[in-house]
Design a binder for this molecule. Structure first.
Ligand SMILES: C[S@@+](CC[C@H](N)C(=O)[O-])C[C@H]1O[C@@H](n2cnc3c(N)ncnc32)[C@H](O)[C@@H]1O
Length: 371
């Protein structure tokens, strides 16, 4: 393998030189590496530096960058696994300076996870994590971290694939990125609760072409029931911007409160908070002390997530402005107008033109058109 040295955060490692003319350069070499996932890795390094699990499993290591960074930058013992022997050789080479902190294994992840428990389990596949979540839910003692890069099935662009992977019905809406995040979170929650355990989202977000979940797992039937109570549906009107949330495992029939059309159910999906605000505040403090390549972007992301309302969908207010033939105001001004009218309103990390509010559509139209 033709290798090049890369530095991410405080960690140096080797990755295969990629073919820049390949349709997807990260997959052009014998071992996968995607430099564009640095923020995703930075977020986990930051979080793990606070959580300090007893042992962290990087279940799908490739170059091993994730696990290497956790060992090197957080001082946490890690196991780095991959089933591919080229990857395992490279991980061993990359781990040389880290001594006892890094253990390297070569196994199919479902086999490894079925035979051993780890305090934190991280699943980072290329595509869907759906095939691995059940085994990860059994193996992880306290923390479960999951990436999905199959955003088209998650968000409703590939409807049938989404239904097959996640036992849920997405819908391609203006807020498709949020639907993807919440369908994945709902799916993971359902995989966990069958073992009488619950999930508590710590820091979950969607960005570019991936969704990233950081979850705490809590033991006991009560924790599982609290998790189940967060599952439900968003019912979207096909004719106007209105939508309604409904908790529960069965989607009932709803008509639009604005125009009486039959609403389309999206889900089951997660309706609860997707991050822990107190933890986000501590992470922002911790970030000040750390050297991370995507520090500024991560800081902005966490700030937005901290202020984001917990509701499960948002409006693209530029699209609403077009629909109602008005020029869109500044988002901060629009949020202030809605708050002055007594409604909650916030930005969302999903889109710069995304607006969350509990105001009815009529009030939103008034705030957009008349101020
Ligand atoms: C997207 S890459 C991981 C990227 C890496 N975590 C990073 O941050 O750069 C996915 C890796 O999972 C490995 N893999 C795929 N299926 C696997 C399985 N069933 N068991 C173990 N490893 C698997 C692949 O060989 C590949 O190296």
């Amino acid at each position: 393998m033709d290798l090049e040295r890369i530095r991410e955060g405080m960690t140096s490692f080797f990755a295969p030189r990629q073919d820049p003319n390949h349709a997807f350069p990260p997959a052009s070499a014998a071992v996968f590496f995607n430099a564009r996932m640095e923020l995703n890795r930075d977020a986990t390094v930051l979080l793990v530096s606070l959580l300090r699990p007893d042992r962290y499993l990087d279940a799908m290591g490739a170059t091993g960058v994730r696990g290497l960074r956790i060992a090197n930058e957080c001082g946490v013992p890690v196991t780095i696994n991959d089933r591919n022997s080229d990857a395992v050789d490279l991980i061993e080479q990359n781990a040389e300076g880290l001594g006892e902190l890094v253990q390297v294994t070569q196994a199919d992840i479902n086999v490894l996870l079925s035979g051993r428990r780890f305090d934190a389990v991280d699943i980072d596949p290329f595509g869907t994590p759906a095939y691995f979540v059940d085994a990860a839910a059994r193996s992880a003692s306290r923390y479960l971290f999951v990436t999905a890069t199959d955003t088209a099935p998650l968000c409703g662009a590939h409807l049938k694939a989404g239904m097959r992977r996640y036992f849920a019905r997405p819908l391609n809406t203006d807020y498709h990125s949020e639907v993807g995040l919440r369908i994945l979170l709902g799916f993971v929650a359902r995989e966990v609760v069958k073992y009488d355990r619950g999930v508590e989202p710590l820091f979950c977000f969607a960005r570019e072409h991936f969704v990233r979940l950081h979850l705490r797992l809590n033991n006991g039937a009560e924790a599982a029931d609290r998790t189940l109570a967060r599952i439900g549906f968003v019912h979207q009107c096909p004719a106007c911007p209105a939508r309604v949330e409904e908790h529960g495992l069965i989607a009932r029939t709803h008509t639009c409160p604005e125009c009486a059309s039959l609403l389309q159910p999206i889900g089951p999906l997660w309706l609860g908070p997707v991050s822990d605000r107190l933890l986000l505040a501590s992470m922002q403090e911790q970030l000040k002390k750390m050297e991370l390549g995507k520090k500024a972007q991560l800081q902005r992301l966490m700030q937005t997530c901290e202020s984001e309302l917990d509701m499960a969908s948002f409006y693209d207010y530029h699209r609403l402005a077009k629909r109602w033939r008005v020029s869109p105001p500044d988002i901060a001004a629009l949020i202030a107008r809605l708050q002055e009218k007594g409604f909650a309103a916030s930005r969302t990390h999903h889109a710069g033109t995304g607006l969350k509010t509990d105001a009815p559509v009529g009030v939103l139209q008034e705030a957009l058109t008349r101020g």
